[in-house]
Design a protein around this ligand. Structure first.
Ligand code: UDP
Length: 322
């Protein structure tokens, strides 16, 4: 049994990862300040003998005393409405100071550490689909830059700790992911569209809806994260993890409306600035090095996600109130 620290463990991906690791028989320390994470995502784990929750901000020195074998660093607001608004400075702080703290902790523990980076480091991509060797096209002063540049700086720190301090690192770049444990008020497109349709509100497409995204179901993504953590020595990444199936936002809206039915109509709103036009991962490297590719088609994943949001929709607030 390994002792594994998960930062950002009460969030969408973090909580799914904690459940997976507990199922695998590992001992899990879940660390989160619940800035955007939610205790209800881990409620069922709190009494488990192999699970421990520590309420803590990753920007402060890590208070964990146990010897840790592996660390997954997921701590960071990840939804554009969360990081573009009043949480922007906190987002850069978490990306950069959080990475420094957790890397120091990894070095002290001689632990392997995985960074969850993001497709956002490619910015508005001029290469399509995106390959890991593409260096990106990020606006350094735009409303997304706190997250994009924060995550780019974190990658830089991870590779410097690897080169100069000998820390055993793994870096993945996560593309859009969806599924159970998403916060209904997270503001991202999948949660918005499903909750809007379930509650009879207008479906809000930003821009003309021709921008594309590639959506990965959470179970597929968690499998990729765990495989990357346990991949062979010397393979650091960065490696793209996502589903290469590419859809326009309009197509997504049509799928959701068709599945849920109801009275919702589609309305068009302004496109936020720097919203990427297209995004699709090239996952050749993940296939080769991790033997991984996603298995859940968007339609099946949406069905499961709709079932989950039926239990959450009473918490959904209309756009402006979030
Ligand atoms: N989007 C939308 N309506 C919404 C929320 C998002 O049309 O209610 C669009 C958004 O402008 C972007 C895409 O959906 O083009 C994906 O947005 P999301 O916030 O989920 O993630 P992103 O890929 O932008 O980080």
């Amino acid at each position: 049994m390994k002792t594994i620290l998960v930062t950002g463990g009460t969030g969408f991906l973090g909580s799914n990862l904690c459940h997976r690791l507990i199922k695998d028989g590992e001992r899990v320390i879940c660390l989160d300040n619940n800035y955007t994470g939610r205790m209800e995502n881990i409620q069922d784990l709190l009494d488990h003998p192999n699970f421990k929750f520590v309420k803590h901000d990753v920007c402060q020195p890590i208070p964990v005393k146990e010897k840790v074998d592996q660390i997954y660093n997921l701590a960071c607001p990840a939804s554009p409405p969360a990081y573009q608004g009043k949480h922007s400075i906190e987002t850069t702080r978490t990306c950069v100071l959080g990475a420094l703290n957790i890397l120091d902790f990894a070095k002290k523990n001689n632990a392997r550490i995985l960074q969850t980076s993001t497709s956002e480091i490619y910015g508005e991509p001029l290469v399509h689909p995106q390959v890991e060797t593409y260096r990106g096209n990020v606006n350094p002063i735009g409303i997304r830059s706190c997250y994009d540049e924060g995550k780019r700086c974190a990658e830089s720190l991870f590779f410097d700790y690897h080169r100069h301090e000998g820390v055993d690192i793994k870096v993945i770049r996560i593309f859009n992911t969806y599924g159970p444990n998403m916060d209904p008020n997270d503001g991202r497109v999948v949660s918005n569209f499903i909750c809007q349709a379930l509650s009879g509100q207008d479906i809000t497409i930003y821009g003309d809806g021709h921008q594309t995204r590639s959506f990965c179901y959470v179970d597929d993504l968690i499998e990729a994260i765990v495989r990357m953590m346990n991949s062979h020595e010397g393979f650091t990444g960065p490696v793209n993890t996502g589903n290469p199936g590419e859809f326009t936002i309009k197509e997504l809206a049509e799928m959701v409306v068709k599945k849920i039915g109801g009275t919702s109509k589609v309305v068009y709103k302004d496109l936020p600035s720097d919203d990427p036009t297209q995004r699709r991962p090239d996952i050749t490297l993940a296939k080769r090095e991790l033997g991984w590719e996603p298995k859940v088609p968007l339609s099946d994943g949406l069905d499961k996600t709709i079932e989950y949001f039926k239990t959450q929709v009473h918490l959904f607030k209309k756009g402006e109130d979030k």
